[in-house]
Ligand binder design. Structure first.
Ligand code: UD1
Ligand code: UDP
Length: 361
């Protein structure tokens, strides 16, 4: 029986592998293993996703933890290579664009194990983003490339990839559809906020939060918005460190109308997303989830690897432009912001399509 290993390591991986793992685990034709690299390790960045998405225990936990890009990538490679040599998988499947994704794909190709990439072909054309490098390398190495939208196909063809491209839809949306049926709305009363009356904020891109001037700008923008609309800001660990380092934490936490929390579990976070008046974010995945829900999304970045969320969805790039952000918030409050559509094949069935292709491979 063929042995397929799914690799996940960081927060945005878990909702992408969950729907694929569920189908593969039920198959009698292959055996499926799950390896957690340990890139994210805090309960709120990892364990809570296993609970909320009902993902079974991983078969291995590599415990690589944090470090510089080279250190983290190297640790995943070292540990995953050992694991592969011991367990001899026939196929390796990676997802998304984090360091664990690229590291596992490199290990697989060097051991001559064919690999597949879930969420292939996304490009921001911005090599300052570490994820862009991870995407380019991973897509060059994998033999099966699962894409979430047709623009990804064009990007891959231009890069002369060797792999076979399959337009399967978006597995992140499968997880969103599943969790949407289980929302209990307790988080709204716990945070003492009302549906449709707050801006949900997430920020963690190094360009925004590692740079003092940019983080200061974003903090000022949030202080301004909070005069008209309450702000709910679940803070990523990278951002928390930098808010402290640049002496910005107190400025935010003392302000009425701004609610700071730590990272929020998947089910509660999706509930916050679905009930928000709007979202301000620099996340990749959140641009897609808000498009699915039809919630206005302002993306605090100069570019996006997910253009379909702008052309079809509810996303707009606002970078760190305060006027543009405030003007858009004004449009949203006046109900004049654009309405979007759900992109093709974001229908909750991507996991099944991916799993079937992997089983037949
Ligand atoms: C990583 C991904 C990024 C993704 C993000 C999702 C890379 C290059 N980056 O960025 O693409 O959007 O995850 O959240 O792979 N930390 C903790 N607890 C944890 C994990 C991290 O405190 O469980 C802190 C550590 O101080 C660490 C820092 O957060 O140094 C950054 O973690 P890291 O995984 O290196 O990158 P992210 O910014 O999380
Ligand atoms: N998310 C979450 N809690 C949070 C922030 C994000 O559950 O406090 C979820 C979000 O709904 C999406 C995923 O995490 O499913 C996106 O991950 P993140 O923004 O960390 O990474 P990116 O998508 O930018 O790589």
């Amino acid at each position: 029986m063929k042995k397929i290993v799914l690799v996940a390591g960081a927060r945005p991986n878990f909702m992408k592998v969950a729907p694929v793992l569920k189908v593969l685990d039920r198959s009698h034709e292959i055996s499926c293993l799950l390896v957690h690299t340990g890139q994210h390790y805090d309960a709120k960045m990892s364990e809570v996703f296993f609970q909320d998405l009902e993902i079974r225990e991983p078969d291995a936990y590599l415990g690589v933890g944090s470090g510089s890009h080279a250190q983290q990538t190297a640790r995943v490679m070292e540990e995953f290579e050992k694991w592969c040599l011991q367990h001899k998988p026939d196929r390796v499947v990676v997802a998304g664009d984090v360091n664990s994704t690229m590291a596992a794909a490199i290990v697989a190709v060097k051991l001559n194990i064919p690999s597949a990439h879930i969420e292939s072909g996304l490009r921001s054309f911005d090599r300052e983003m570490p994820e862009e490098i991870n995407r380019i390398v991973t897509d060059q190495l994998c033999e099966i490339l699962f894409i979430t939208s047709e623009d990804a196909r064009e990007n891959l063809i231009k890069e002369n990839v060797q792999g076979e491209i399959h337009f399967v839809g978006n597995p992140m949306i499968d997880s969103l559809v599943t969790i949407s049926e289980k929302l209990d709305h307790k988080i709204l009363s716990e945070l003492n906020i009302n549906s449709q009356n707050y801006l949900l904020v997430t920020l963690h891109r190094p360009r925004n939060v590692d740079n003092q001037e940019n983080l200061q700008k974003l903090v000022d923008i949030l202080l301004d918005i909070s005069k008209n609309l309450p702000v709910v800001f679940p803070v990523h660990p990278r951002t928390e460190k930098n808010l402290e380092k640049f002496d910005l934490s107190e400025k935010l936490s003392r302000k009425q109308g701004i609610l700071l929390t730590g990272p929020i579990g998947y089910r509660d976070f999706i509930c916050l997303e679905k009930n928000a008046k709007a979202v301000l974010t620099d996340s990749g995945g959140i641009q897609e989830e808000t498009t699915y829900f039809g919630i206005p999304c302002l993306t605090a970045r100069p570019n996006t690897e997910r253009p379909v969320t702008i052309t079809m969805g509810t996303n707009e790039l606002v970078n760190l432009d305060k006027d543009m952000i405030l003007d858009n918030i004004d449009l949203i409050l006046k109900e004049k912001y654009k309405k979007g559509k759900i992109p093709p094949r974001w229908d909750g069935k991507a996991g099944e399509r991916i799993a079937q292709i992997l089983i037949d491979w």
